[in-house]
Design a protein around this ligand. Structure first.
Ligand SMILES: Cc1ncc(COP(=O)(O)O)c(C=O)c1O
Length: 393
């Protein structure tokens, strides 16, 4: 009865495809590569227990009180210091706002920048959480193909020339969904192509710290163009996702606009969590903790890759992740991953068909596998089951 009363905004936005899939994959007999959950054994729960005690004693009732919209200064300062160290970023706490996960940052950016019908350039495929968030603002998406070494530069140039996007949204490190990373040369070429455009580049980087190899950190695209860059970071994949804490680094005027939008959304992000994570970061070595997560995910990624090499039919292609949480599988031309999904579920293994990561295409021949949330034996068994569905398919 109330359906006709719903806003067009909500009527036109599908609910998250992954959440729908996760309902099917809850059964205990199913091995699921569908979610994107960090491994709970990577959470620093003992250290956080100590921090809980610390903040109760140190801050008293402040940890339960309303707080400022930009976020806790000690946490913002930690972020400033960290990014000075990581990329030599020239920033102060005025350039940082704490958000309720990066997901909220995406929504706030949509609120702040997108008028109905504005064009946003995204990767093809792109993060479905971004597509869903920006769909709410009636965005005109333009997708640019991803290659093994990053964004397709010719297509990027053509899209810039024809469509003049207002924003570009990229995930240069261990992308979700493909696991791909832009090479140094590709980053430089992207910067050359966009540097004179009247456009803001959003770099979403929840996985950047999870590099399995010892290669040096790849450059941030357009480090010195501070008024045209928005960087999104998150504690979800390097501490815990349940605290829902992320951050935006940008020009202070952009931060101020985001702050206004955030006031209207939630006044501020959970302050208890902010005190907790700030204390954890002050009293522990985050880099050491990240090393542990990387060792764990590296062994899981390699178990999945080795099993795919051994069991998948030879016409199936897949990316070999150097970090992050995902690998991306390509079936033969013309095959539908959605159809494969039904066959795989019958064999008690699940994945995410590629469709929701594209703007216009359906029944695509690609799919996403997550390897962080199962042990190596289970990964091997799941890949065997998937291989058997592939052969029947
Ligand atoms: C590319 C990307 N951006 C943003 C998010 C949202 O993360 P958060 O937990 O910080 O909201 C995710 C989560 O999976 C992601 O993959």
């Amino acid at each position: 009865m109330f359906n006709k009363l719903l806003s067009n905004r909500i009527k036109n936005t599908p609910s998250s495809f992954i959440r729908e899939i996760l309902k099917v994959t809850q059964k205990p007999e199913i091995i699921s590569f569908a979610g994107g959950l960090p491994n709970p054994i990577s959470f620093p729960s003992e250290e956080l227990k100590i921090s809980m005690q610390n903040i109760t004693e140190k801050y008293g009732n402040k940890i339960y009180q309303y707080s400022t919209t930009q976020g806790l200064d000690i946490l913002r300062q930690y972020i400033v210091d960290r990014y000075k160290k990581l990329w030599n970023m020239n920033i102060s706490i005025e350039n940082v706002i704490i958000t309720t996960g990066s997901q909220q940052a995406l929504d706030l950016i949509g609120k702040v920048f997108i008028n109905e019908g504005d064009t946003v350039l995204v990767e093809k495929p792109s993060y479905l959480g971004l597509l869903q968030a920006f769909m709410m603002y009636n965005t005109n998406f333009i997708q640019t193909k991803l290659n093994d070494d990053g964004l397709d530069i010719e297509e990027l140039k053509e899209n810039l020339k024809v469509h003049h996007p207002k924003l570009a949204y990229l995930i240069p490190n261990f992308q979700n969904p493909t696991g791909l990373t832009y090479s140094k040369e590709n980053r430089e070429a992207v910067f050359e192509a966009i540097k004179d455009e009247d456009m803001i580049l959003i770099q979403d980087d929840p996985y950047g710290e999870l590099r399995f190899t010892n290669e040096e950190r790849l450059p941030y695209i357009g480090l010195n163009q501070t008024d045209k860059n928005i960087y999104l970071g998150s504690f979800s994949k390097i501490v815990t996702p349940g605290m829902r804490l992320g951050y935006v680094i940008a020009h202070k005027d952009i931060i101020r606009a985001l702050e206004t939008a955030k006031q209207a959304s939630d006044l501020h992000s959970n302050i208890f969590g902010q005190y907790l994570i700030a204390d954890y970061l002050q009293n522990n070595d985050l880099d050491k903790h990240i090393e542990k997560i990387k060792a764990l995910y590296k062994s899981q990624a390699s178990a999945m890759v080795e099993a795919m090499k051994e069991y998948f039919p030879s016409n199936i292609k897949f990316t070999i992740p150097k970090g992050g949480m995902f690998t991306w599988v390509t079936l033969e031309e013309g095959k539908s991953a959605l159809e494969l999904f039904d066959k795989a579920i019958a064999k008690n293994v699940a994945f995410v068909p590629g469709d929701p990561f594209y703007v216009k295409e359906t029944n695509v021949n690609t799919l996403r596998l997550n390897y962080t949330n199962a042990d190596t034996e289970t990964i091997k068994e799941g890949i065997k089951r998937l291989a058997s569905s592939l052969r029947e398919f």
